[in-house]
Design a protein around this ligand. Structure first.
Ligand SMILES: NC(=O)c1ccc[n+]([C@@H]2O[C@H](COP(=O)([O-])OP(=O)(O)OC[C@H]3O[C@@H](n4cnc5c(N)ncnc54)[C@H](O)[C@@H]3O)[C@@H](O)[C@H]2O)c1
Length: 371
């Protein structure tokens, strides 16, 4: 029955029958801006994928340049036989950020994604969230922006050709970031599943890349100055063996990001100069879990600051052993927060209980049920 009919018939009015405009509305403090997947897609399309990636890379670089200002910890992982769920917190003096993210390589065969995520940016002053956002798309974008940003200091001069081993969800984002930020024009694709390569070929040809689909990883790396490995497999795989990696290449290894989940033959690690985000986390999760705990690595924030060298010569093999660090997600949320300020992209979400008297949370609950 229509609530208005009930009121006209003199029936007692309850919250359920009360007309919407008469119900007590949450206060302004109860609402947190929420960026849904739909609004995120709209925002990225409106901004343009490549300008968005460049903006993200700038935000990540700004935060890496002030690395010592952040609270840092390896992410908190909860492992299960088929996957991992991770929480990734960090904070500076003003803002706190965290991301919830999963990694389930067996998901794709079940029709689920390997990686999904959402995250929060909050005020350190009050602890109140400032933004709740989808982060599945944002993770793909920030991972690609980070890879390309780091490659500007590590790739050989004039690189134009990139091999991409693993053509799943992250693949196109990586390709676009490497074009927008590093000038890559040609891609050599390989995936154990030809349907993945075909999907990437279709998407990336439409974006104007020159594409070569290859029948093996060994053929994909031929003539490539940059090799991106972006596979999902919950084991110590050998996506690249030692003989595939020639002098002077830059390897952007993003798929090995969990204990027992790596992509590169150990011998490659001994020939490469290894660059990492946060050693405390990478030694647990990255390719270097295969090495001694004191194997020398270079921290990328120092390279960006100019206090440690990036690529030194044309023959050197450089390796970005990417696992994804909380500061990159913080930067992404901070960038997003700035981008959508004064716009209508975010929707208000009634997320925080906000009693009139801050101590009377219970009273708010009880009064909410009274007519
Ligand atoms: N470093 C980071 O910051 C970061 C961020 C996001 C995702 N990741 C990791 O990147 C990887 C890829 O993620 P995704 O979302 O694209 O996964 P996805 O499941 O969508 O795609 C992975 C692809 O790898 C292919 N593959 C598996 N084994 C292979 C092999 N031996 N050789 C060639 N191809 C192979 C699969 O067929 C699939 O197409 C995952 O391992 C994920 O955990 C890392």
């Amino acid at each position: 029955m229509n609530p208005r009919d009930l009121i006209q018939k003199g029936a007692p009015m309850t919250l359920q029958t009360m007309p919407r405009q008469m119900k007590p509305q949450p206060s302004a403090l109860a609402y947190v801006p929420f960026l849904s997947v739909d609004r995120m897609m709209q925002l990225v399309r409106d901004t343009g994928v490549e300008p968005f990636l460049r903006g993200l890379a700038e935000a990540i670089e700004q935060d890496f340049l002030r690395w010592p200002e952040f609270d840092k910890t390896p992410r908190v992982a909860s492992h299960s036989p088929d996957g991992v769920i991770e929480l990734m917190p960090t904070a500076d003096k003003a803002l706190y950020g965290f991301k919830y993210v999963n990694g389930h390589p067996a998901n794709m065969a079940r029709g689920f994604q390997t990686v999904t995520a959402f995250g929060v940016l909050a005020s350190v002053d009050t602890g109140y969230p400032l933004l709740l956002s989808e982060m599945t798309l944002l993770t793909a974008l920030r991972t690609a922006a980070t890879s390309a940003l780091m490659a500007t200091r590590l790739m050989p001069q004039g690189a134009q050709v990139m091999a991409m081993i693993g053509n799943g969800a992250q693949c196109e984002f990586q390709a676009l970031a490497f074009r927008a930020i590093c000038g890559i024009t040609d891609l050599r694709l390989y995936d154990i599943d030809p349907r993945a390569t075909e999907k990437a070929r279709t998407n990336l040809t439409a974006q104007g890349f020159r594409i070569t689909c290859c029948p093996s990883a060994a053929e994909a790396v031929q003539g490539a100055q940059i090799i991106t490995t972006c596979t999902a497999d919950k084991r110590n795989a050998t996506v690249l063996s030692d003989n595939m990696v020639g002098q002077g290449v830059h390897i952007n290894a993003i798929g090995g990001d969990c204990p027992g989940k790596t992509e590169l033959a150990q011998a490659i690690l001994h020939r490469a100069d290894i660059f990492v985000e946060y050693p405390e986390q990478t030694r647990i999760e990255g390719e270097i879990q295969q090495l001694a705990p004191d194997h020398p690595v270079t921290e990328l924030w120092q390279v960006l600051r100019g206090t440690a060298p990036g690529r030194r010569d044309a023959a050197q093999i450089t390796l970005f052993d990417s696992v994804g660090f909380a500061i990159e997600d913080f930067s992404a949320l901070r960038y997003l927060h700035g981008l959508i300020a004064q716009t209508a992209y975010a929707q208000p979400l009634d997320l925080l209980a906000d009693p009139d008297d801050p101590r009377d949370l219970f009273g708010m609950l009880i009064r909410s049920g009274q007519g």
